[in-house]
Design a protein around this ligand. Structure first.
Ligand code: UDX
Length: 439
């Protein structure tokens, strides 16, 4: 989010100084290389580096001295007790306060629990008071709603820009986005605490839709309904709409899982019953076991010694991010059951290798074909990459024979599966196709 915001702000004509404590990453960026897989980002970075609008440094003072606005985009990962870890944000704002030599505007883009803006503003101004500095720091909330894989487009064509803070102080932040506002992007100004809550509420609402439809798919599985039909029927109601009603193996990524848990935690701290937020999370955890449950059912609980192919590791297509991906849950469980794995993802292999470590039970394959090249007893599809969706079903039938496909992304039409004569095909919330249906 930091890198995308920086590159987009540079594109809007601003001078942007990017600071990171990771020297390796800054060195990579200075050479014009993009360290993450994100559509259009490498080109935009290159352009903005060449234009001189974008600078990279590990020296925080460069940013503090040269910038009129300090934007904070550091991570706020989940702690074991579900609270957001604010150590990075407090460490950074402490340093900004130490070096502040004038009144400053600090903009928090990181997702932070409701009330954090207030705490940080107090923390920074207390530090100024202690050192007798006559300055004042205002903290503004400006949450981001970027989706990985489409982040540049989301930034430049946002549904809305939210700015939370004292109306007298936020004018310079509104000016930052003026070009987008002129192009018709609505800007919504509100209190800082409302802006903070809006971010969590938006993420929790989208996660809620996903868990809701996944729970309905569990019912569909039991009674033989087809979620393609149910979704079409539901989506036709304009009050419901069609977005975020795609069934699957649960939501992953760096935001939904941790933000829903953090909001539930905050509710509990505030003595608000968090039963709905807890349910969103619980349904998601259950859904991540979808493929395992199907494999256990298919192989009558005997998974030991089987070889399972895995297509897709990223938490969704278009990214190399594997944080909270269902693939990791599936692979860890399968390893526990004593299976061998043959895995492939077009971009997330190195992140997955880092996460899972060297394990002789995992074969890291070179392609989707390579996964099937050696015998596999079943194929699990974990990420809906086009590469998999467009894979020849004739070829799948030839390679797999009677080995089942556990399609956690509903990549294929049931009619095409039927036509291709696939042996066993399990998908989410749709009737089982193939020989097993006739048993
Ligand atoms: C999300 C929010 O959409 C974005 O606004 C916020 O800024 C960051 O978190 P992101 O994590 O990039 O963005 O991914 P998103 O496209 O929202 O998908 C999140 C997860 O939900 C993925 O695992 C995806 O596969 C899953 N999903 C999404 C579904 O299972 N069904 C759907 O219908 C949509």
């Amino acid at each position: 989010m930091g890198l995308v915001s920086a590159a987009c702000l540079a594109k809007l004509g601003h001078q942007v100084v990017c600071v990171d404590i990771n020297e390796q990453r800054i060195a990579t960026l200075m050479q014009g290389e993009c360290p993450i897989h994100e559509k259009e980002l490498p080109q935009l970075l290159k352009e903005q580096l060449e234009s001189g609008h974008l600078l990279f440094t590990t020296n925080l003072l460069d940013a503090i001295e040269h910038a009129t606005i300090q934007m904070i985009t550091v991570g706020t990962p989940g702690l074991p007790d579900d609270q957001a870890d604010l150590s990075q944000i407090f460490a950074l704002t402490t340093q900004i306060a130490q070096h502040a030599d004038r009144d400053m505007l600090v903009v928090i883009k990181s997702t932070v629990p409701v009330g954090t803006g207030h705490d940080i503003e107090k923390h920074m101004n207390d530090a100024l008071l202690r050192t007798d500095k006559p300055h004042r720091i205002d903290v503004i909330s400006n949450p981001e709603f970027l989706c990985e894989g489409n982040a540049i487009h989301d930034f430049l064509h946002a549904d809305r820009i939210i700015i939370g803070g004292d109306l007298q102080r936020i004018t310079p932040i509104i000016a930052v986005y003026q070009t987008l506002v002129d192009r018709g992007v609505p800007i919504q100004c509100m209190s800082r605490v409302s802006a903070e809550l809006t971010k969590y509420a938006a993420n929790a609402m989208l996660a809620c839709k996903i868990s809701f439809i996944n729970q309905i798919s569990q019912i569909a599985d039991k009674i033989g309904a087809n979620m393609d039909e149910v979704q079409a029927g539901m989506s036709s109601d304009h009050r419901i709409g069609s977005h975020f009603l795609q069934v699957g193996m649960g939501y992953g990524g760096s935001c939904f899982p941790k933000d829903v848990r953090a909001l539930a935690k905050k509710a509990k701290v505030l003595q608000v019953d968090s039963c709905l937020l807890d349910a969103i999370n619980n349904v998601n955890n259950l859904q991540k076991k979808w493929a395992i449950d199907r494999l256990l059912q298919h192989f009558k609980n005997q998974l030991q010694g089987l070889t399972i192919g895995i297509w897709g590791l990223a938490f969704k297509p278009g990214t190399d991010d594997i944080r909270e991906a269902s693939s990791i849950v599936v692979m860890n469980a399968l390893l526990q059951y004593g299976t061998q794995l043959r895995v492939y993802d077009p971009v997330a292999m190195s992140n997955a290798r880092l996460c899972l470590g060297d394990n002789h039970a995992i074969t890291w394959c070179d392609s989707a074909d390579d996964v099937l090249f050696d015998h596999v007893d079943a194929l699990v599809i974990d990420t809906a990459w086009d590469l998999f969706k467009n894979y020849s079903l004739d070829r799948l039938r030839e390679e797999l024979g009677m080995a089942p496909i556990m399609d956690g992304c509903n990549c294929f039409d049931l009619s095409e599966i039927r036509q291709a004569g696939i042996g066993y095909y399990y998908s989410v919330g749709r009737p089982i196709e193939g020989v097993v249906a006739e048993l």
